[in-house]
Design a protein around this ligand. Structure first.
Ligand code: PHE
Ligand code: NA
Length: 505
């Protein structure tokens, strides 16, 4: 007989943990760049529409599935329909793939937190990050694309990240996950808030904010801008790949779910706005110092955090403190997201194989930790990371969301049941509009996005990389998601089975 399910102690623990998952590296470095490239101030229109028509409705769908069926993704879907367990494992596979590279970025941020104190990057942040820190191989056309030349400066922090995250997961939902979030999320808010205030008072901040917020209204007629908005919302809220299902399953039965859901969604977007202000103020400062314009600076992706920000820090009075706040924020935001991704895997292993929490966490830490270190602490780690990240986000997560809507809403017609479940215990009531979102708007929008992405990738090789490499690292990632979910599904279910949902309808 198994122990009763773990539970968050209360609403605050749950909300902070859900915010901890949502607020991640994407808020700090992804949102400002995406907004900037897709219409500036005008981007807020598609962004808000995407939040209301897709982000929040699918967040509620995740919550409803996890809370009603009280399981990690495979168990919850299995309780909807036996074979749908495969969709749960597909989501677990997405989490596995993301976790192994996300941990590496958290580890880089931890190193840069330390480097900040001595401004170790000197006057060549670009050479320092790619050369000295990552020791990136010279990969013309991404060949050779996989080396086993390990880089100690990456490997050691990465091993430490895995040890800490395993310790947190092993301590359980209350003493591990919830506690980490109760400590880190308020601390993150203070650290990042201080950073934004400092950035806003820098010379040139106004120019940076103008560069970000000056609206290009014609962008609203560009379908790519709308696709970017829906993509940003999905990634940013961490919906549709098992995380919110898993966290909701640890929420006490008679709990308000939609109220906290709105708090989480708006906190996440608020944090993105905050990041937009901070990042672009700082970019305005750097542009002024270097006598150029914001448009000439490196704004997207890893370059923003690990090259451009160090350059800013070096130019500033008391820059070391600013750098420590920035990289400290990245570590906290990233770590709490990493915890949530791995809790999905831990819950799934516990439930399917009737493992104790400790056993599940040790398996997961042992296998994934090794894969993560072998794949991402070598001289080709960054290239693999970039490729896998693109495929899993733009194809894996999007496909997962579409499948959820198709099977849960259309094929097995569970939307009314899930709606009444939430309404019975929640303050904000879901109306029929919710059916329109999860039944039509989301699958249609995402369907268009997925087809577009696939066509583009068939047309031109991603990042200009070698095609054979992309076949393995990119399309291979998709194959891994599918094969992995079938393999896990094939094992016999050893955990708890029959279940009476509550409240009963
Ligand atoms: N939502 C997180 C962010 O905005 C990203 C994330 C991705 C979190 C994957 C968990 C899992 O950065
Ligand atoms: Na986010």
């Amino acid at each position: 007989k198994s122990a009763p399910r773990e539970q968050f102690t209360g609403q605050v623990g749950f909300i902070l943990s859900a915010i901890g998952s949502a607020v991640g590296l994407g808020n700090i470095w992804r949102f400002p760049g995406v907004a900037y490239e897709n219409g500036g101030g005008a981007f807020l229109v598609p962004y808000l529409i995407a939040l209301l028509t897709a982000g929040i409705p699918i967040l509620f769908l995740d919550y409803a599935i996890g809370h009603r069926f009280r399981g990690g993704a495979p168990q919850a879907f299995r309780r909807i329909k036996g074979w749908l367990e495969t969709l749960g494992w597909f989501q677990v596979m997405i989490c596995i793939v993301i976790a192994v590279y996300y941990a590496a970025v958290v580890a880089w941020a931890a190193s840069f937190f330390v480097y900040s104190f001595g401004l170790d990057w000197g006057d060549d942040p670009q050479g320092f990050f790619f050369g000295e820190h990552l020791q990136l191989a010279d990969v013309g056309g991404a060949d050779p694309w996989l080396t086993f030349d390990f880089v100690a400066a990456v490997l050691i922090p990465l091993v430490l990240v895995w040890l800490v995250v395993v310790a947190v997961l092993a301590a359980g939902v209350v003493k591990g996950v919830q506690r980490a979030n109760i400590v880190f999320i308020p601390l993150l808010l203070v650290a990042f808030g201080a950073l934004v205030v400092r950035a806003l008072t820098l010379d040139g901040a106004a120019d940076g904010l103008n560069a970000l917020f000056t609206p290009q209204w014609d962008a609203l007629g560009d379908p790519d801008v709308w696709i970017a908005a829906y993509g940003q919302i999905f990634f940013s809220l961490s919906v549709a790949f098992g995380i919110m299902i898993t966290y909701a399953s640890y929420r006490r039965r008679r709990s308000n779910m939609t109220g906290p859901g709105l708090v989480v969604a708006f906190s996440n977007s608020g944090f993105e706005m905050l990041a937009g202000l901070g990042v672009f103020s700082a970019l305005g400062f750097l542009a002024l110092e270097s006598g150029g314009t914001v448009d000439e600076l490196g704004i997207a992706g890893v370059g923003l955090a690990f090259v451009t920000f160090p350059a800013i820090v070096s130019e500033m009075p008391a820059g070391a403190l600013f750098g420590a706040l920035f990289f400290g924020s990245l570590v906290m935001a990233g770590f709490t997201s990493l915890v949530s991704i791995l809790q999905v895997v831990s819950a799934a292993l516990q439930e399917k194989f009737a493992l104790s929490r400790t056993a599940a966490v040790l398996w997961l830490g042992g296998v994934l930790g090794v894969v993560s270190v072998v794949g991402f602490s070598t001289t080709t780690g960054l290239i693999l990371l970039d490729t896998v990240d693109y495929w899993v986000n733009n194809m894996g997560i999007v496909a997962s969301a579409i499948l959820m809507c198709v099977f849960v809403v259309w094929v097995y017609r569970r939307a009314p049941e899930l709606r009444y479940h939430l309404n019975a215990v929640s303050t904000t009531q879901l109306g029929a509009w919710w059916y329109a979102c999860v039944g039509a708007i989301i699958p249609v929008m995402l369907g268009i996005m997925l087809v577009q992405t696939i066509l583009i990738r068939i047309d031109e090789p991603y990042g200009g990389y070698d095609e054979t490499y992309l076949l393995y690292a990119g399309w291979g990632t998709v194959a891994l998601l599918v094969v992995g979910s079938l393999v896990f599904w094939a094992f016999r279910w050893r955990g708890p089975g029959l279940y009476r949902a509550w409240p009963p309808y």
